[in-house]
Design a protein around this ligand. Sequence first.
Ligand code: SF4
Length: 358
Amino acid sequence: MLKYIHLNIIVIINNIRKTMISEELSYPSDFNAEVKNATEKLYKNVSKIIPEVEWPFHAPLIHEINKLKKEKNIAILTHNYQTPEIFHCVSDIVGDSLKLAYEARDSDADTIIMCGVHFMAETAKILSPEKNVLIPDHRAGCSLSDSITAKDIRLLKERYPGVPVVTYVNTSAEVKAETDVCCTSGNAKHVVESLGTDTVIFLPDEYLAKNIASQTNVKIISWKGRCEVHERFTAKEILSYKEQHENIVVLAHPECSPEVVAVSDFTGSTAGMSNYVKDNQPEKVIMVTECSMSDNVAIENPNVDFVRPCNLCPHMKRISLKKIYDAIRFNQHEIVVEENIINKARLAIDRMLEIGRK
Ligand code: SF4
């Protein structure tokens, strides 16, 4: 008898646990009148990209996320490569990685949710260590950032004593901490030339290094890092788009190979490409970069025709509405960086800013 009661208690406890877990893991899914009304305006913005049949799946989560983030004083910061339902419907700030880090620092929010990849969340933490910085999926990495470690930098410094180290922002906090100065794709040439040396170590993007080397007399020692999204584009592919579409304007990210850059009409960072479209309103354009960027810029420039070669960043695509919702309700995944790493990495970022001001 006692054994029977004991077994029953175990079954009941297990059922309670299962109910609690399923409640914890359940997501808002009711596309009711309240949700429909509250999200109607948002849908108008993205209706050219998100089909109407898909909206009832996104809208309940979007509505809940937008309610919760206000209640909890959370700011959602989103990179240009995120999907439109995240970029246009739940984000407070959108932009490239450095803009997001500065906006995180200047925000009044207690918690920052970075809808980007890990190094972006770390950069935000470096600039605002007092804030709670979360990333919805801690596995969201980056092939460039993962290509180099702090130990690699120390070995390079031993091999090339006295040569300054310039590091692209797409690197971990530990790598930044070993660096003399950081740079972005937009200011890389200026940073390299400002150091006043005839040689610099430029890490970790091999293609960005080659593209900068072609514009300067400074000798560049590079690394074998590549962005797995941009390295897939080829000059042959771009030329075939040009043949198919008369008068198309080709905008390429400088993480593309020098061959791709050579057949493009403009090369610039994500912010540079976005501004080019906004300012010039070309009839037809191709953005040689991660494909969600075209979706997001197309929404803001309805008169421009976008041709979209599609290379997705698998790391960026780990972020989803469900994971953002989980980040809010479970306060996950927290970015933790040691204080001494923060202090050293911050110096490298501050030096870049100082160079920009001169
Ligand atoms: S697009 Fe390239 S550089 Fe950007 S996060 Fe993905 S792998 Fe890294």
